[in-house]
Design a protein around this ligand. Structure first.
Ligand SMILES: [Zn+2]
Length: 487
């Protein structure tokens, strides 16, 4: 006899493009996933900026955009000297510092792993709430297993480590049936970087996910809880072809500055920090001795020249600066500049207690329309802001930029790379034929598979977190960026 609670399995198909998953299901290669989708819906939602593993887990694990919970990027400079340590005060979640990510998150924003217990996280980059054997894939023993495959670029070796994590997660499902299980498959992203996001290698790796769903269903059927099992799938970011690599840190050095950037962290009196992750997004921090970020109008005028040089750099698409805590100026080399403002919603207008509902967004041309929205917008809701950009080149960019650019841990310049480019050339263990991190549609849009019919169209990956809680019959906390798409 099975206990009276449901189990939701959330699969993170790291870096899987919506079109690739759709094609593989249609071709009959993913029968269990296709069967789940047939009961519910298969659609696309926007992720967040930066569209990169780690930060882009915050929306579906916490219902929050990453910068708002302290994750402005895969790499960032700790201007406040609050969490990162001497001498560099730089953070990189690529490598051993991944273990620090959970502690860098703001404590007042809970994760699904903390709210839907018992919970288990397999290889999940944001895992606060799942410790020890509840987080297979995390910890020194697992890092030792993954070390050689990562640095040798041995992707099949990586895949074998991932299968060990799968076995541990299946063990938990067999023994104790967690209420919430998240399993992240990172192999598709690694194959996408090395071989291309639409490559045979990526497509074949999706069969590991389908097999995992099948094994979970077998366990649930044998133990009598198959009707209480829900399987959903989401991704953290998309992927886009890249053929040109700029070493942005060298570009900033050309201005005669001493530049801190990974892995060159031993720099005496650095004048700028360049933190690229994704690799199609980057933060550039200046005036580093200041422990609080200066807003753009207060920055020394010498940085105006740097701003204009970044805007016209071939590898760069959009450059954003924070005019104040509510206002972002975003610029493109030929389409000009515009201002994004996030203001408080009129009192009494909020319907559901979400953070999104508490705000309004405006977009005003300064010298043009860098986000190609086609029109100015005046104090629109989160729904309207999403709809205005959902079919364009930069889905949800207005909302995302308003969140990350003025955030305490962001750079003074926030860069999104041009199509076909990324912003790191050296120091990568595997070749990058495909990239992500930027605001482009291909990198922002992600698949969402549900085995239930939603009561409204899902918009953002942040909507997944409150919807998981609703599906499990658990209370949804206030102040989220996402809103449940279940009734
Ligand atoms: Zn990646």
């Amino acid at each position: 006899m099975s206990a009276a609670y449901d189990t939701l399995l959330l699969i993170v198909a790291d870096g899987v493009r919506p079109d690739v998953l759709r094609e593989e299901m249609a071709a009959g290669h993913l029968p269990r996933l296709a069967a789940r989708a047939a009961r519910g819906v298969y659609t696309e939602v926007s992720s967040c900026f930066p569209s990169v593993t780690g930060p882009a887990y915050a929306p579906f694990m916490m219902g929050r955009f990453p910068a708002s919970v302290g994750l402005p990027g895969l790499r960032w400079f700790d201007r406040a000297r609050a969490v990162a340590s001497w001498p560099s005060y730089a953070r990189s979640y690529v490598g051993p510092e991944i273990r620090l990510l959970d502690d860098d998150l703001h404590l007042d924003a809970p994760t699904l792993l903390e709210l839907a217990t018992p919970s288990v996280a397999g290889s999940t980059l944001l895992g606060r709430g799942a410790r020890g054997d509840r987080h297979p894939g995390r910890g020194w023993a697992w890092a030792a297993r993954a070390f050689l495959p990562h640095f040798r670029g041995d992707l099949q070796g990586w895949r074998r480590v991932e299968q060990l994590v799968v076995d541990r997660v299946l063990g938990h499902l067999r023994r104790e049936r967690p209420q919430f299980t998240v399993m992240s498959f990172l192999t598709p992203d690694k194959f996408a970087h090395a071989f291309g996001a639409r490559s045979t290698e990526v497509r074949t790796s999706l069969r590991d996910i389908d097999a995992f769903v099948g094994e979970t269903e077998t366990i649930a059927a044998r133990d009598g809880w198959l009707d209480r099992l829900h399987v959903w799938l989401v991704a953290d970011h998309g992927h886009a072809d890249v053929s040109q690599h700029d070493e942005l840190a060298d570009g900033v050095r050309e201005h005669g500055l001493r530049v801190l950037s990974h892995p060159k962290l031993w720099v005496r009196n650095p004048e700028a920090a360049v933190m690229v992750g994704g690799n199609a997004m980057g933060h550039v921090y200046v005036e580093l001795p200041h422990r609080q970020r200066p807003w753009w109008p207060a920055l020394d005028t010498r940085w105006t020249e740097m701003h204009d040089a970044l805007v016209t750099r071939e590898s760069v698409d959009l450059v954003s600066v924070a005019v104040d805590a509510q206002t972002v100026r975003v610029s493109h080399a030929t389409r000009g500049s515009a201002r994004i403002t996030r203001s408080d919603a009129p009192s009494g207008a909020a319907r559901d207690g979400s953070r999104t509902d508490a705000h309004r967004w405006s977009y005003r041309f300064e010298s043009g329309d860098p986000l190609s929205l086609g029109a100015e917008l005046h104090e629109v809701t989160g729904d309207e802001a999403w709809a205005a950009s959902a079919r364009g080149d930069y889905p949800d960019a207005m909302v995302q930029l308003a969140d990350v650019v003025p955030s305490a841990r962001a750079g003074d310049f926030v860069l999104s790379a041009a199509t076909g480019w990324d912003l790191r050339d050296k120091f990568e263990p595997t070749p990058h034929r495909s990239t992500h991190g930027a605001l482009h549609r291909d990198q922002i849009m992600v698949p969402l598979l549900l085995d239930v019919v939603p009561s409204r169209a899902p918009q953002r990956s942040a909507d997944v977190m409150p919807s998981v809680l609703a599906r499990l019959g658990l209370p949804v906390p206030g102040g989220l960026d996402g809103r449940s798409f279940l009734g």
